[in-house]
Ligand binder design. Structure first.
Ligand SMILES: C[S@@+](CC[C@H](N)C(=O)[O-])C[C@H]1O[C@@H](n2cnc3c(N)ncnc32)[C@H](O)[C@@H]1O
Length: 279
């Protein structure tokens, strides 16, 4: 019945209903700690320079064709859209992180673009990609359900970047509250509900190396639509707004319009960086 109702209702209506539930559940959560001391200062974020860098553009021309052969030049398999994949590649090339933590592997689209940038930049570290499901399982992996012919692990071997990836099957919080590793970039693209992202941000901040950044996906500024389909995923925005109210030194920098297309004929991305501002 629930599935039938979901199929019959417009997606924009469903996203509004989810937003209302998200606000209520977030409001019921007790306050958590947010330590922004390791975050990169907002003044050291140069998105225009990074996204228009000619050396990175040349590297992209070399590295992207074999990955795009796998994931396509649209978002037919799910995963982040092609424009966002390119933005992730550029950010990794620009920020030169040694260690990356990703929450939400799914089919590995974001993972493989970031791993390829890590490899290109000569990083000694790796990308640890955590998912609540075993993304490489031959029966239950998302890759199988969406009709891909290999798991993220298989594609990583094919692209010769397997050494740069550590796949972990755990919830984000199970992983983040146990690990002793520290990261230069943490990408949150797992459970997009506000209470989950609020807890993930609190857990992620202490895991950053000095000058590190947290990158959110599906961040819709002011919980307003970004694309023509009028849908909104409000959780990441609501979660970060609450964290910022509780610690005004945390700033949000939405990437906004990219120099290339993302999806639905738009150049807008839902990627947003977290950086430290003077509170
Ligand atoms: C939108 S998909 C990620 C897409 C991926 N970044 C890509 O480009 O292919 C979200 C993923 O997060 C995972 N997920 C959901 N809740 C999670 C949690 N609490 N901890 C870890 N992973 C979670 C889901 O299983 C799903 O695979």
């Amino acid at each position: 019945m629930k599935q039938l109702l979901k199929a019959a209702l417009p997606r924009s209506f469903i996203s509004q209903a989810v937003g209302i539930k998200d606000r209520a559940q977030l409001g019921a959560l007790p306050s958590m700690a947010f330590d922004p001391s390791h975050l990169r200062a907002a003044g050291d974020v140069s998105l225009d320079t990074w996204l228009n860098d000619q050396d990175i553009a040349e590297a992209w021309q070399k590295d992207s064709p074999p990955i795009t052969n796998i994931y396509g030049d649209d978002d037919r398999y799910g995963g982040v859209n092609p424009g966002d994949r390119r933005a992730l590649y550029y950010l990794v090339m620009a920020l030169q992180p040694q260690n990356i933590l990703e929450v939400g592997t799914h089919i590995g689209a974001s993972t493989l673009y970031m791993a390829s940038a890590l490899k290109r930049s000569g990083a000694k570290g790796k990308i640890t990609s955590v998912d609540i499901t075993d993304v490489n399982d031959v029966e239950t992996g998302a890759w199988k359900h969406v009709g891909m012919n290999k798991s993220p692990d298989g594609f990583a071997c094919e692209l010769d970047c397997r050494d740069h990836i550590d796949f972990q099957t755990r919830t984000s919080l199970q992983f983040m509250t146990k690990t002793d590793e520290r990261y230069d970039l943490i990408f949150l693209d797992g459970d997009h509900r506000a209470p989950a992202v609020y807890q993930e941000i609190s857990a992620a901040l202490p895991l950053l190396n000095d000058g590190g950044v947290i990158l959110l996906h599906d961040y819709y500024p002011e919980a307003q639509p970004l694309y023509p389909d009028n849908t909104v995923i409000s959780g990441p925005f609501l979660a970060l707004e609450r964290a910022r109210k509780e610690n005004p030194s945390i700033g949000s920098i939405p990437l906004g319009a990219l120099p290339w297309p993302t999806k639905q004929g738009s150049n807008y991305t839902s990627l947003a960086l977290m950086a430290r501002v003077d509170g």
